[in-house]
Write a protein that binds this ligand. Structure first.
Ligand code: BG6
Length: 505
């Protein structure tokens, strides 16, 4: 079958791309390869300048050489030197620190020079590829110095990486600080899950087909399972991870993106305003529980020594820069109820963890069982539930599991799968997953970014779990061997309701 190529998009308009944290890992590993891919696809404007801001002196040429060597290392496709030369045609470097006003003065001058030389028409995208502590100070300085002020028809936008806050209060405070100097429509809060095609496709599957939406509710759906399993261990991220844990790292952001796309009401229009409003409302409808109920409906666990793919993995607590008595969870399972008309009584079970048996992200919609009456006098013992699995990664597919008759004279029924694989139908361009996000910000489409209310609704829903676990300390923290499917307590969470997780492997 001939594969369908992507529909061609137009190049974004002229702009400067200012990277704070320009010498960091994110810049080299993701941003520059993503910019390269956009350039190779013809989606970057001719008039395009890159300005790096980081601590320490460096010449423009040395910075350009850094970017080129990062690209050589991390490019997701063979490099066409002509494209790379164009991409790095207008590069400058500014020595600056988040808190130092003199750095912003230097940035102002560098922008004025490159805007003249590269004709970027004053449009500026500020990308905060910095540690989170720098988000608010950078936002404040950009506002106060006038650098982010939109004037003479030029746009000024800010992309902020995750994590956006560490709990509800800090997320609200960060939103407040940013919104003092910027308008909401200038702020693009990234959740890289929204850059995944398969995540975006959840909307199309639900609302672009007449088939699913009529049965997408409590009358037909028994429950929903959302799994983000990682076989990666915490490895060298001990310092970061031990302060954060699985819940903060994954749930209010990535898992809630999946949940809100599955649970939201149909937006009246396919635009940023409508889609984000409906998503935020779905998250807002999550029943906020008290601490006792939060303990009852959650499992947190830490991995202990085991094997993954033949490799020995030590206890999480032996990871460098992790406290030897750490109570940080590396696995979490939650049961959430969405308190609205569509979902009343339908549990959403979420789980995510590190050092699990395999890597797998999916959403499984479990439909109610068909009535058994007709098969009562046959050898059939039970009917399995139908489920629809949207697999986000590593394979990108959608499969429908249903019952079929096993051929033969005896009535016997078995579960079978019908699967659609993206790669069978569509040709995908090489991607880091950031291309769409960067391009959308350049063209001013905020649909795939988080709005302040959505971020806060996510934290509001997880706050009772954070509070309950902090107060419980080590009490109730389960363990699971690295390389397993998680702790038995997570199975019990579903078994209590007469349900089972789909296997991770
Ligand atoms: C990041 C988390 O946001 O997402 C990491 O900080 C996690 O801990 C990663 O590994 C997972 O992303 P993906 O795209 O590999 O599922």
């Amino acid at each position: 079958m001939a594969k369908q190529p992507a529909t061609k998009a137009k190049p974004a308009g002229p702009s400067s791309f200012v990277i704070f944290g320009a010498s960091g890992d994110l810049t080299h590993r993701l941003l520059v390869p993503a910019l390269y891919n956009l350039a190779a696809e013809g989606l970057l404007p001719e008039a395009f300048a890159i300005i790096g801001v980081a601590r320490g002196e460096k010449s423009d040429d040395a910075f350009r050489a850094d970017l080129a060597s990062g690209l050589a290392r991390f490019a997701s496709a063979p490099i066409d030197q002509a494209v790379a030369r164009r991409l790095f045609g207008c590069v400058s470097y500014v020595n600056g620190d988040a808190e130092d006003p003199a750095g912003y003065e230097r940035l102002k001058q560098a922008l004025a020079r490159s805007e003249r030389a590269c004709e970027t028409r004053g449009n500026r995208l500020f990308y905060l590829a910095t540690p989170p502590a720098a988000f608010a100070p950078i936002g404040r300085h950009l506002g106060q110095s006038g650098l982010s002020h939109e004037e003479n028809g030029a746009w000024r936008r800010l992309i902020i990486e995750k994590p956006f806050g560490t709990d509800l209060a800090s997320a609200q405070a960060l939103n407040r600080e940013l919104l003092e100097v910027l308008h909401e429509d200038q702020i693009y809060r990234i959740d890289h899950y929204l850059g995944k095609e398969t995540v975006q496709n959840i909307l199309v599957l639900r609302f672009g087909n007449g088939l699913f939406e009529p049965i997408w509710n409590r009358d037909h759906i028994d429950h929903v399972q959302i799994t983000v399993a990682e076989s990666l261990t915490v490895g060298r991220r001990g310092r970061f991870y031990d302060a954060v844990g699985a819940l903060r790292d994954m749930v209010p952001n990535h898992l809630f993106q999946l949940l809100s796309l599955v649970a939201m009401e149909p937006p009246a229009r396919f635009d940023a305003q409508w889609v984000r409003s409906e998503k935020a409302q779905a998250l807002d409808a999550i029943h906020v529980r008290d601490e006792a109920a939060a303990l009852q409906d959650s499992v947190r666990a830490q991995y202990v020594a085991g094997r993954i793919g033949g490799e020995e993995v030590p206890d999480y607590r032996k990871t460098p820069n992790v406290a030897p008595d750490s109570t940080t969870e590396t696995y979490v399972a939650l049961k959430l109820m969405i308190d609205n008309w569509r979902w009343a009584g339908v549990p959403f079970y979420l789980r995510t963890g590190k050092a699990l048996k395999s890597r797998r992200t999916d959403v499984a919609i479990n439909f109610k069982r068909a009535p058994f009456a007709m098969f009562r006098d046959t050898p059939v013992e039970r009917l399995a539930r139908n489920f629809l699995v949207m697999r986000i990664q590593p394979e990108e597919c959608i499969s429908l599991h249903f019952n079929a008759k096993v051929p033969g004279p005896v009535v016997s029924i078995a579960g079978v799968d019908m699967t659609f694989e993206y790669e069978d139908y569509f040709a995908a361009a090489p991607s880091t997953g950031y291309e769409t996000l960067v391009y959308d910000c350049m063209i001013g489409d905020a649909m795939l970014f988080q709005r302040a209310d959505g971020v806060e609704a996510g934290w509001r829903a997880v706050q009772p779990f954070l509070d309950a676990w902090r107060n419980a300390g080590a009490k109730g923290l389960a363990t699971y061997p690295a390389g397993s499917e998680g702790p038995p307590e997570a199975d019990e969470l579903l078994a209590r309701d007469g349900r089972r997780w789909l296997p991770i492997a």
